[in-house]
Design a protein around this ligand. Structure first.
Ligand SMILES: Cc1cc2nc3c(=O)[nH]c(=O)nc-3n(C[C@H](O)[C@H](O)[C@H](O)COP(=O)(O)OP(=O)(O)OC[C@H]3O[C@@H](n4cnc5c(N)ncnc54)[C@H](O)[C@@H]3O)c2cc1C
Length: 498
């Protein structure tokens, strides 16, 4: 069943899955409210979503014009729907408290993205910022009504799929464990009934909505797994209601804002305007974009960035993509390898129409799909299609840095003409003995148990790095575990979106 779900998740961008998740959760709320299971008026809930969508879009358009920054509609809808889940809908047509609170929250959510942004990168989760600011300026608080037991199934299902899509179980998990331990243990120790303490902690709290939907916002989370776990743990502690500084008691929004601030300081602040030098066609469906970098970008081979390419009438996939830096830090230029499809997105069409000298914005350098520090560790790289880009970067780095690593590469493509970077792998074979096996599905060759056993007989001694489409990565992870490999021996990089 998960293979089927992963195939669907693979087709949509991360922003799209977040949007669908929110629509699913709020539709669930309307459904439950219609049957009186949730104590809200279903029409009032639909009205609240429309009200917040309208004012968020309007404010965002105004700010985008004033700041001359392209508007990203998808992220505006996401923020508006999160606010819908936090602010109780109007109890009547003249519920002025609702109108004031929602309007002010919509304005500040959008304003925060522009006004509290450094080098075009916002620091705070917009929805959390808005509800905190509304409470500070107007004394009106969001109720986080979404944290009711009846909503839990919708939040859990939608949230689980979203976290699976973006691969952030480390973050959500560390947050949930910390928050639950610090909420449940003290309550039980001070005499609370364990069952009711646990059920209250799980059901009567926005814990899961917060963990799955808000905490995981990529632009405000730290770049590596270790830092993400530290971030999840810190925000989990701050989330606990009895935590306070002086008279200021913790609220979910304050916990997230403090966490965002910490995340900002540990994340790279580089926001590069890169000028295109040339485009090279490197395989039947793949082109490499070579950019001059105005300043030396400090990155590790295998990391990726968020690339923004504003263009007229973008399609519903928007103007941003995660793309791996396929060059190595030992090279002067920055390179990205891109796969193109028929009927591709407007983003990719715009990329193909770029001329030398045209600019693209790259920001938010992240990723721990990087070479291990120990150069003696035996490695197996497995790439499906365009999943080869991080390996190009790591292999080129090992070659240039004169490292003698023991690496086996299995590289699967549909056909011979889809192979990229053969020259880089040949060079590495000559320099340090890289062993590459090319597999072609049109010849019935696939990466599976048999091909791994055949081409990597000492597979039990190796650490596997797997990169490619999400469904492929998840299937191979399962296969490798069935072959006796431990979790710690498998590193994954999803390339969703195809
Ligand atoms: C960590 C990470 C690293 C990545 N690194 C790379 C990389 O190095 N190189 C790379 O190429 N990709 C990489 N990706 C994937 C990349 O971010 C895109 O998701 C992917 O390239 C698809 O791009 P696209 O949305 O522009 O669609 P396209 O590649 O143009 O199309 C993909 C499929 O979607 C369909 N499609 C296109 N537009 C739409 C639309 N508007 N609505 C519905 N369907 C549509 C197409 O028909 C096609 O079937 C990476 C992703 C992640 C998360």
């Amino acid at each position: 069943m998960f293979t089927f779900i992963d195939k669907i998740l693979d087709k949509a961008t991360m922003y799209r899955v977040t949007l669908y998740t929110l629509v699913f959760i709020l539709s669930g709320a309307v459904f439950l409210a219609s049957f009186g299971v949730l104590h809200l008026n279903p029409f009032s809930l639909i009205f609240s979503a429309a009200f917040l969508l309208f004012f968020c879009s309007l404010t965002n358009d105004i700010f985008a014009k004033v700041f001359e920054v392209p508007a990203n509609d998808e992220s505006v809808y996401i923020t508006a729907l999160i606010l819908t889940a936090l602010i109780t809908p109007p109890s009547s047509a003249t519920d002025w408290r609702y109108y004031v609170l929602s309007f002010w929250a919509a304005v500040w959510a959008m304003a925060s993205k522009f006004m509290f942004a450094i080098k075009k990168r916002h620091i705070f989760n917009p929805a959390a910022f808005a509800v905190a600011l509304v409470s500070l300026t107007l004394g009106l608080s969001a109720t986080w009504w979404i944290g009711t037991p009846t909503m839990l199934p919708f939040v859990m299902i939608g949230g689980f799929l979203l976290v699976r899509k973006i691969g952030r179980f480390d973050l959500a998990g560390s947050f949930l464990i910390t928050a639950l331990v610090f909420i449940i243990v003290p309550a039980i120790v001070s005499g609370g009934n364990p069952l009711s303490v646990i059920s209250r902690a799980l059901g009567n709290s926005p814990l899961f909505f917060f963990a799955f939907i808000m905490l995981t916002e990529p632009l405000t989370t730290p770049p590596t797994k270790k830092l993400r776990v530290a971030y999840g743990t810190a925000v989990g502690f701050l989330f606990v209601p009895w935590v306070h500084i002086g008279q200021i008691y913790s609220t979910p929004e304050l916990a997230l804002l403090l966490g965002n601030l910490g995340s900002y300081f540990v994340s790279t602040k580089d926001n590069l305007l890169l000028k295109l030098k040339k485009i090279e066609v490197i395989a039947a469906d793949t082109a490499e974009f070579v950019f001059d970098s105005p300043q030396k970008l400090r990155y590790k081979a295998g990391q990726y960035m968020e690339w923004m390419l504003p263009h007229e009438n973008p399609d519903n996939r928007g103007i941003r993509r995660y793309l791996t830096i396929s060059s190595s830090p030992t090279e002067d230029e920055i390179r990205i390898g891109i796969k193109f499809c028929d009927n591709g997105s407007t983003f990719k069409k715009k990329m193909l129409s770029m001329e030398p000298g045209d600019a693209i914005i790259a920001s938010h350098l992240v990723g721990d799909f990087v070479l291990p520090l120990d150069t003696k560790q035996k490695l197996a790289f497995i790439a499906g299609g365009i999943g080869i880009t991080p390996f190009r970067s790591m292999i080129k780095y090992a070659t240039d840095a004169g490292e003698k690593r023991d690496i086996v590469l299995l590289y699967a493509n549909k056909k011979e003409e889809n192979v990229s970077y053969r020259n880089i792998f040949n060079e590495a074979a000559a320099k340090f003995g890289l062993r590459t096996t090319y597999l072609f599905s049109d010849k019935g060759e696939n990466i599976d148990k048999n091909s791994i056993e055949k081409n990597i007989p000492d597979y039990r001694e190796r650490t596997f790095y797997v990169a490619g489409p999400m469904a492929m990565v998840i299937t191979l992870e399962k296969t490798l575990k069935e072959m006796g490999l431990k979790d710690s021996q498998i590193k994954k990089d999803f390339f969703p979106g195809f």
